[in-house]
Ligand binder design. Structure first.
Ligand SMILES: Cc1cc2nc3c(=O)[nH]c(=O)nc-3n(C[C@H](O)[C@H](O)[C@H](O)COP(=O)(O)O)c2cc1C
Length: 340
């Protein structure tokens, strides 16, 4: 089983993360992790802060050269933007500010923002890159695509860019949807034996933990509700690769809805918790949309869960132990699946 923890504030010195339970013998180059962090950082719709942040990182344990040792992997990412915002008793609507201030008994929303910020997802991406690499070496490939930006479907790079410019000029922000696929996933990952071992539920938790994600679907998802059983049974792909909490040998297809970025450049009306006066909470440096970046983070969050499920099924402390087990299982299950 893989476990991970992240720590660090949005404008603190470092973000840090530990990934535990990762097998030895996985070759992962620094460039591989850097490329994943870059995909997140430079995704369309992001704010000027991303030009400041370089996501300069160090792997301080768990690697010998560029090969994992089996020891806990610890990563540090240096924050470039160190200007901690001033104390504020004005919670930003749609953020962790208000419930966080109540929970931690503080009138300073800045303390809440520092940790609740999606800056944390940089570390999840760095740790997730290890899981993505392991899955890749076991033949499993993950991809994501944004299928809807603020209600606009059939996106091209140009139409998305134009929609972002339009929203920015209007002082607005956008939400959207993305689809995540995992190809060549061995059958039998996850379990129906206990509710918390169902892989669909585990992937849902991983994806709904990405900041701003508000909806989740597996395969046919919500559209299944309007279908008859005959129609649903006629298309096996509607399962999205999961039946009974386990992978069924088909591609995994997951979809998420992301809410529009709550930080509005023109401000959103809020109530100051010191004076109880209404005031505008302005977020001049917010992203215009998080959907493209969230899709990248989601690939990594889901990869961590899938790698964990692979390790649970096949065991092994090294890649050398895992590989033949996965190969043997694929051969065995293929004999049956190919005849269905
Ligand atoms: C990569 C990424 C970047 C984000 N950037 C912003 C942002 O610049 N401004 C903002 O208001 N929200 C942004 N969000 C969304 C907020 O972090 C999120 O809506 C907020 O933390 C409240 O959490 P919740 O929406 O999950 O309830 C971003 C989310 C992600 C995943």
């Amino acid at each position: 089983m893989l476990r991970y923890l992240t720590a660090g504030e949005s404008h603190g010195e470092y973000l840090s993360g530990i990934l535990e339970g990762f097998p030895s013998g996985v070759k992962i180059k620094r460039d591989y992790i850097a490329a994943q962090l870059n995909r997140r950082r430079t995704a369309p719709g992001r704010s000027a802060r991303q030009g400041v942040e370089t996501d300069d990182f160090r792997v301080i344990s768990g690697l010998a050269g560029d090969v994992t040792t089996g020891a806990p992997i610890a990563v540090l990412i240096k924050n470039q933007s160190r200007k901690v915002p001033p104390p504020s008793s004005l919670p930003r609507p749609g953020h962790a500010d208000l419930p966080g201030m109540l929970k931690y008994d503080t009138l300073n929303a800045a303390l809440i923002r520092e940790r609740a910020s999606a800056r944390e997802t940089a570390m999840r991406t760095a740790l997730g890159a290890f899981a993505m690499r392991l899955n890749e070496l076991l033949g499993v490939e993950v991809n994501s695509r944004v299928t809807n930006l603020g209600g606009l479907c059939g996106l091209t790079a140009q139409s998305a860019a134009a929609e972002l410019v339009r929203a920015r000029k209007a002082g607005d922000t956008l939400g959207g949807e993305f689809e995540l696929t995992f190809e060549n996933v061995p059958a039998g990952l996850g379990s129906f034996e206990q509710p918390d071992r169902r892989l669909g539920a585990r992937l849902a938790a991983a994806l709904l933990s990405v900041n701003g994600v508000k909806g989740f679907e597996i395969g046919g998802g919500f559209a299944l509700a309007a279908m008859g059983g005959k129609e649903a049974a006629a298309d096996a792909a509607l399962s999205g690769g999961l039946d009974g909490g386990m992978t069924n040998g088909r591609d995994l297809v997951l979809r998420c809805a992301v809410k529009p970025v709550p930080g509005l450049p023109g401000g959103a009306l809020s109530t100051d918790l010191r004076t109880f006066k209404k005031k505008l909470s302005v977020s001049a440096t917010s992203d215009t949309t998080a959907v493209f970046a969230a899709a990248v983070v989601a690939e990594h969050a889901a990869s961590l869960e899938l790698a964990s499920a692979l390790l649970e099924k096949f065991g092994g402390d090294s890649l050398g132990e895992l590989l033949p087990r996965v190969d043997e299982w694929r051969k065995r299950t293929k004999k049956i699946i190919s005849r269905l």
